[in-house]
Design a protein. Structure first.
Length: 190
């Protein structure tokens, strides 16, 4: 998506060889027009897949999941990061290492929000090692629902997450693919 690549070039800040900050339009400040365009791109790619529900993880995936779900005319659900006192029986939970925070958190989804008949489209802002996606996929599997695709705004193609999903046979659309952030320079993969 050219407009996303342009914003990454103009406003992205390379924090290290592995981390890109896009705080002005995606992760802190949010540009609704850009997010709406992402939603249209994901909806167009996955419209024929019979998606019944979009799934993301709080918090940065929420705006994109909203835009995508609105375009597809389906609901979306976001996995929450577990706080204390959640009743075990009513939630699916998976332990997920957080790439940017360097900690491990449990992501949880209420069982009533995932049905065995659901066709799920997973959406997230970034994919790095793929831990967040793997956690979400495990929950989808346990619910009996089917994962039909994954839509990622920014894939860091020099990390293994995106390739891992493709190897599992999951159709993946990444709107921008980064080849490298080395030396503070942003290089795209395509
Ligand atoms: P993974 O689980 O694939 O290793 O990391 C994906 C998650 O970590 C995403 O949900 C995203 O929130 C965060 N993340 C990973 N890499 C980056 C990055 O370079 N920049 C930002 N802002 N977030 C990232």
């Amino acid at each position: 998506m050219e407009s996303l690549k342009r914003r990454i070039i103009e406003e992205g800040r390379v924090l290290s060889d592995n981390v890109l900050s896009v705080n002005t339009f995606l992760n802190h400040g949010v540009d609704p027009a850009l997010i709406a365009e992402m939603g249209r791109a994901f909806a167009e790619r996955f419209r024929e897949y019979g998606v019944t529900r979009v799934l993301t993880i709080e918090s940065s995936g929420i705006a994109i999941a909203y835009a995508t779900a609105l375009e597809l005319g389906v609901p979306f659900v976001y996995a929450r990061r577990r706080k204390a006192l959640m009743n075990e029986g009513e939630f699916y939970a998976e332990r997920v290492p957080s790439f940017t925070k360097g900690i491990v958190t449990d992501i949880v989804i209420a069982k009533e929000l995932l049905k065995p008949s659901d066709n799920i489209l997973f959406i997230d802002d970034f994919i790095a090692n793929g831990d967040a996606a793997r956690g979400a996929i495990k929950i989808v599997e346990r619910s009996g629902a089917k994962l039909v695709g994954a839509g990622i705004a920014i894939e860091k193609a020099f990390q293994a997450g995106g390739s891992h999903l493709r190897e599992l046979g999951i159709p993946v659309l990444s709107l921008a693919r980064l080849a490298s952030l080395e030396g503070g320079a942003i290089r795209f993969a395509d």
